[in-house]
Design a protein around this ligand. Structure first.
Ligand code: ZN
Ligand code: ZN
Length: 462
């Protein structure tokens, strides 16, 4: 029997028409109350889930990943952190709450490419992971780029971001000296950008077509800020913590993705669930935070393409309540920026929100280098063990020959093997090493190629 004989007659054009267009609005009605302009962006491997390191961001696309989403830390919800990646290869961290660094690692980002941190305010649930990133990022390849921290001043200098950094460095004195036996180069250098918290609308970052502006939040104490990032016709805002204010509406106006914190009006019920007495919950909200109704009110003022809430317990008993409160004023698209791992892709046409599949037992990604000079440069460590450790305890170490079995004795590296910076031309690097450390380098090249092609297209034909 030939294949031809298995072929069946096609259904009637009418049946095909009915089946193809059944369930598809085709402009005949509006589908969904929350889905105006919400659709998968091109280039997703799966419209259902994001899997770390499987998707290249489009050159004109923004991706936002919620790396920490609650003020009360718990597995599944680390303290607040909002990560923004841009198609030009840049990335930005807005707040770096306690524990959130674990989600960055699990999402496949190397510690040395996380180098721009914007802190909304100095409550520890917004910067608790900074000491870890500072120390282990330096160890893990942040050898040639400083950590850059942006944050508000306080009403007096002792409450400003610069003073916090100074205090953090003092706290880490032992750790920094200990890690000086490693090749950390620029690792301990921090560029602190403390801005005047009163300078509403001030631009604190303006590089590669990206601007970040800030405004004051009313969060019980002076020195709390909201941030807005604009790039390539796309924008996002993260308010940080605070009471709803006219400044939020003014400075976040028209942003594509508006992210605010929120608290549902469930003080009495929450007290039974969370163990926070009602008077403490009520007082905390009314002096520091944004009720669900106010989050919706502000979304309606700001009119974003997508409104989001984070810094909230993602609990079944309050999620629907939160939505109901927000819907009192805001009829447009809305999603939770919680629990950890919510991923948002943004292009000019579409915005899409997915669950990210973040592994529980990940490993570090190799450090990523820009390789501007075509070379891998490993700095010389500043210290030796002899510099920072008395001989006695080293002399008590058991002779390795006593525990390594016969024939399994590795060649130990007890002293740093070179006595100056190690410099290796890329073409002589083992391909596997170049492969693992050069992704960022290749991405940047691809983006520059995209931009030059766009520019070439724009030139008039002769
Ligand atoms: Zn907070
Ligand atoms: Zn706070």
């Amino acid at each position: 029997m030939s294949d031809e004989s298995k072929k069946r007659p096609q259904s009637s054009p009418e049946d095909i028409q009915n089946a193809q267009y059944g369930g598809v609005p085709m402009g005949r009605w509006k589908e969904g109350l929350l889905f105006e302009g919400i659709a998968p962006t091109p280039g997703l491997k799966s419209a259902a889930n994001w899997f770390p390191r499987t998707e290249k961001l489009g050159p004109d696309e923004m991706r936002i990943i919620f790396m920490g989403t609650a003020p009360m830390i718990r597995p599944g919800q680390m303290n607040t952190s909002v990560f923004v990646q841009l198609g030009n290869g840049n990335n930005f961290i807005f707040d770096l709450g306690e524990g959130s660094i674990a989600n960055y690692v699990a999402s496949g980002f190397s510690l040395n490419e996380l180098d721009k941190i914007f802190i909304t305010h100095l409550h520890v649930d917004h910067f608790g992971s900074l000491p870890y990133l500072y120390m282990f990022g330096g160890w893990s390849g942040r050898w040639h780029n400083k950590l850059r921290v942006f944050g508000p001043s306080g009403r007096t200098p002792e409450y400003g971001t610069a003073k916090m950094i100074e205090g953090m460095q003092m706290m880490l004195g032992w750790h920094m000296d200990a890690f000086d036996v490693f090749p950390n180069g620029e690792g301990w250098n921090i560029e602190v950008n403390e801005f005047d918290f009163r300078d509403n609308g001030g631009v604190i970052y303006d590089e590669d077509g990206v601007t970040v502006t800030h405004w004051q939040r009313s969060h019980a104490k002076d020195g709390a800020s909201g941030y807005r990032l604009d790039w390539n016709g796309l924008s996002m805002a993260w308010t940080g913590d605070g009471r709803p204010s006219h400044l939020d509406a003014k400075y976040a106006a028209g942003v594509d993705v508006y992210i605010t914190e929120t608290r549902a009006e469930l003080v009495s019920i929450s007290s039974g669930v969370q163990g926070v007495p009602p008077f403490l919950g009520r007082y905390t909200i009314d002096t520091h935070h944004t009720p669900g109704y106010a989050a919706g009110y502000l979304m309606n003022e700001v009119k974003p393409r997508l409104g989001m809430t984070t810094h909230m317990e993602f609990d079944a008993y309050q999620n629907e309540e939160t939505v109901a409160e927000i819907r009192e004023h805001w009829k447009g698209p809305f999603h939770f920026g919680a629990p950890d791992g919510v991923v948002v892709n943004v292009t000019k046409d579409d915005i899409w929100v997915r669950e990210g599949i973040i592994p529980r037992f990940p490993n570090l990604r190799s450090p990523q280098f820009d390789f501007d000079d075509g070379q891998l440069v490993v700095p010389l460590p500043r210290k030796t063990r002899e510099d920072i450790q008395e001989p006695f305890v080293r002399e008590q170490q058991i002779d390795p020959a006593d525990y390594y079995p016969e024939g399994y004795h590795p060649i130990l590296l007890e002293d740093w093997p070179v006595d100056s910076d190690l410099v290796i031309d890329l073409e002589t690097l083992p391909p596997a090493l170049l492969e693992s450390m050069g992704e960022r380098w290749r991405d940047r090249k691809a983006y520059n190629k995209h931009i030059s092609e766009l520019t070439a297209d724009a030139e008039p034909d002769e």
